[in-house]
Design a protein around this ligand. Structure first.
Ligand code: CAA
Length: 379
C-alpha cells in the first residue's frame, strides 16, 4: 500500500517547524543575510525543539525520526531561512548520520549527546581546491604516527566551517584512488587545526563557508571513523542522505517563491485589475505549484527508501536534480512576477533567487546528479 498522507507525528513535526520558521526565521532572515550573521540563537532554538537530533538515537539524546521527517522539517525551515536550513541539514545528515552509522560506541557517546542539544555543531569536509566534482581526487594526507594520525592539507567550501566544533574530514591514507581514503573525526581544539578564509557568496550569506586548514593536525587513533580505506564509501553514502536535505531545501525556497508570488499577484494592479487575474500570471503559478509537488513526491519517496534501508543513490540524485531545478525555475518566475520590485531588496524574492542558486551546486552539481542517475540506468 502506498500512502500519500503524512502520518500524524510528521504532521505535528511539520506544524511545529512551520510555527518556528514563521516566528524565528521569517522576520530575521533578510537582516542575517545582509549582515552575513550566523543565526546562532535560532539554531539553539531549533535544538530545543529537537531539530538537531533527527538522526540521533534516543540513547544519545536524539529522536531519530529519520530522513523523511528531516525532509519535512527542512522544507519548513528553508521556507523561512535557507542559511539556517543548510546548517540544520549538514549537522543532521552530513555529520550526525554517518557518525551514527559508522561510529564506534565510544565515538557516539563522546560526540552525539552534545550534538543533539546544539552545544556542539558538526561539519563535513570532503572538497578541496583540486577535488570538487571529482571528490576522489582529494590530496589532503593522513599519516600514522605512533597511535595517532597526522593530517596535512586544506579543505574548501566547508559549510558552518567557522562555527562548527567537530568535523568529519576525508583524507588520503593510501594510494588507491577511492580505497585509499579514510574518514576522521576532528575537533576544532586539536593541535594543527585552523579555519582559513571565509567565502563572500552570492546567497545563503548567513551560513559561513570557509576553508579548513590542517597543518600537522594530530588526531588520536580512536578518531578514525569506520575502517581505514572505507572513507570514500562513507562520503558517498552520506551524500545519498545529504542530497535529500538539499532537495528539501529546494522545496522550501521554491515554496517561499510561490507563496510570495501569490501574495503579490493578489495585491499588484496593472491595466485596472490585480495581475493575478491575467492568465500569463496564473499559468506561472500553476506550473510552479505542480513542479514543486512533483519534486516533493520524488524527495519523500527517496527519503522513505533510505529510512527502510533500501538503496537510494539514484532516487536521491533524482530528487535533488528535480527539486533544485524546480526551485531555480520558481525563483526566476517569482522575480519575473514581481517585475522591477522583485529585483530590489524591498521584496524577499531577490534573496530567494540568490539562495536558490546554490542548490544546483553543493552536494554534487546538477550534472553529477545526472551522471549518478545515468550510471544506474546503464549498469
Ligand atoms: N554509497 C556507497 N558507496 C558508493 C556510492 C554510494 N552512493 N557510490 C559509489 N560508491 C562506491 C563504489 O561502489 C566504488 O566502490 P569500489 O571502490 O569498491 O568499487 C567507490 O564508491 C567509488 O565509486 P565510483 O567509481 O563511482 O567513484 P567516482 O570517482 O567515479 O566518483 C562521483 C563518483 C559520483 C562522481 C562522486 O565523486 C561524486 O558524487 N562527486 C560529487 C562530489 C560532491 O557531491 N561533493 C559534495 C561536497 S559536500 C557539500 O557540498 C556539503 C555542503 O557544503 C552542503
Amino acid at each position: 500500500m502506498v500512502s500519500f498522507t503524512l502520518q500524524e507525528d510528521l504532521q505535528m513535526l511539520r506544524d511545529t517547524a512551520r510555527e518556528f520558521a514563521e516566528k524565528e526565521l521569517v522576520p530575521n532572515a533578510a537582516a542575517w543575510d545582509e549582515e552575513r550573521r550566523f543565526p546562532r540563537e535560532a539554531v539553539m532554538k531549533a535544538a530545543e525543539l529537537g531539530f538537531l537530533g533527527m538522526s540521533i538515537p534516543e540513547e544519545y539524546g536524539g529522536n531519530r525520526m529519520g530522513n523523511l521527517a528531516l525532509c519535512v522539517l527542512l522544507e519548513e525551515i528553508n521556507r523561512g531561512c535557507a542559511s539556517t536550513g543548510v546548517t540544520v541539514s549538514v549537522h543532521n545528515s552530513l555529520f550526525c548520520s554517518p557518525l551514527v552509522k559508522f561510529g564506534t560506541e565510544e565515538q557516539k557517546r563522546r560526540y552525539l549527546p552534545k550534538m543533539a542539544t546544539g552545544e556542539t555543531l558538526g561539519a563535513y569536509c570532503l572538497s578541496e581546491a583540486g577535488a570538487g566534482s571529482d571528490a576522489a581526487g582529494l590530496s589532503c594526507a593522513a599519516v600514522r604516527d605512533g597511535g595517532d594520525w597526522v593530517l596535512n592539507g586544506a579543505k574548501l567550501w566547508i559549510t558552518t566551517g567557522s562555527e562548527a566544533d567537530v568535523f568529519i574530514i576525508f583524507a588520503r591514507t593510501g594510494e588507491h584512488r577511492t580505497r585509499g581514503i579514510s574518514a576522521f573525526l576532528v575537533e576544532k581544539a586539536f593541535e594543527g587545526f585552523g579555519v582559513g578564509k571565509k567565502e563572500e557568496k552570492l546567497g545563503i550569506r548567513a551560513s559561513p563557508t570557509t576553508e579548513i586548514l590542517l597543518q600537522d593536525c594530530r588526531v588520536p587513533g580512536e578518531n578514525l571513523l569506520g575502517e581505514e580505506g572505507q572513507g570514500f564509501k562513507i562520503a558517498l553514502d552520506t551524500l545519498d542522505g545529504g542530497r535529500l536535505g538539499i532537495a528539501a531545501q529546494s522545496l522550501g525556497i521554491g515554496r517561499a517563491c510561490l507563496e510570495a508570488s501569490i501574495r503579490y499577484a493578489k495585491e499588484r494592479k496593472q491595466f485596472g485589475r490585480e495581475i493575478g487575474q491575467f492568465q500569463a500570471i496564473q499559468w506561472k503559478l500553476a506550473d510552479m505549484a505542480t513542479n514543486l509537488e512533483a519534486a516533493r513526491l520524488l524527495t519523500w519517496k527517496a527519503a522513505a527508501r533510505r529510512d527502510e534501508g533500501l538503496p537510494c543513490t539514484k532516487e536521491s540524485a533524482m530528487a535533488k536534480l528535480a527539486a533544485s531545478r524546480t526551485c531555480n525555475a520558481a525563483a526566476r518566475e517569482a522575480v519575473q512576477i514581481h517585475g522591477g520590485a522583485g529585483y530590489t531588496r524591498e521584496f524577499p524574492v531577490e534573496r530567494y533567487m540568490r539562495d536558490a542558486r546554490i542548490t544546483e551546486i553543493y552536494e554534487g552539481v546538477t550534472d553529477i546528479q545526472r551522471l549518478v542517475i545515468s550510471r544506474h540506468l546503464m549498469a
